[in-house]
Design a protein around this ligand. Structure first.
Ligand SMILES: [Zn+2]
Length: 196
């Protein structure tokens, strides 16, 4: 075998290993997601227009076929939450939302089935969680975690000590060192300025 052939085989073998590795990661993510949506069915992805669960054969956009590949747990609605916040309190927040939901209204199963987050995102450095409908108790949980998010590193979930200005984001000391952005202020300055 000449060197060129040998190289080619090595490259193909490495790629194969890499693919296997990726497949394993995918599989782990899917298994974790499956467990997650079993605990919190409101995290099953929905069609943004119809509100139908992806598991109910809802197409992704108006006019798209109803038949879509079976949901394989590749992602959940919680994936929209920045990583650090998800790590720090993502599941805890879901747990409290679930409790609040179960105590909501007349306790009809239908109501609970119909509840889900329309959007989860970051805005002005804190979490925004928009539910399809709410109760006072659900709102309380959301407000609690929206406040907590502003004090939690968006990258790793540690308590925030630094803030970027302009594009506001909370960071811990370690993560703040790694970002390529020079408008970073300490927590005291950030909250001091906010009060003005
Ligand atoms: Zn951090």
């Amino acid at each position: 075998m000449n060197a060129v052939d040998k190289n080619m085989i090595d490259t193909m073998t490495n790629e194969k290993h890499y693919d296997d590795y990726e497949d394993n990661i995918d599989q782990e993510v899917k298994e974790a997601n499956k467990k997650l949506v079993e605990r919190f069915p409101f995290l099953i992805p929905r069609n943004a227009w119809s509100g139908k669960k992806i598991t109910e054969g809802a197409g992704f956009w108006p006019g798209s076929p109803d038949e879509i590949p079976e949901y394989d747990y590749e992602y959940t609605a919680l994936d929209d939450m920045p990583k650090g916040w998800r790590k720090a309190f993502g599941e805890q927040m879901c747990e409290e939302l679930k409790d609040a939901l179960e105590r909501s209204g007349d306790g009809m199963d239908d109501d609970v089935e119909d509840w889900y987050p329309i959007q989860i995102k970051e805005k002005f450095g804190s979490l925004r969680f928009y539910p399809i409908w709410s109760t006072e108790e659900i709102d309380k949980v959301i407000v609690k975690y929206e406040k907590l998010s502003l004090e939690t590193c968006i990258k790793c979930g540690a308590p925030a000590t630094k803030y970027t200005i302009g594009w506001i984001s909370p960071y811990c000391d370690e993560c703040a060192k790694k970002i390529k952005y020079d408008k970073v202020v300490p927590k005291e300055t950030f909250f001091g300025k906010e009060k003005e």
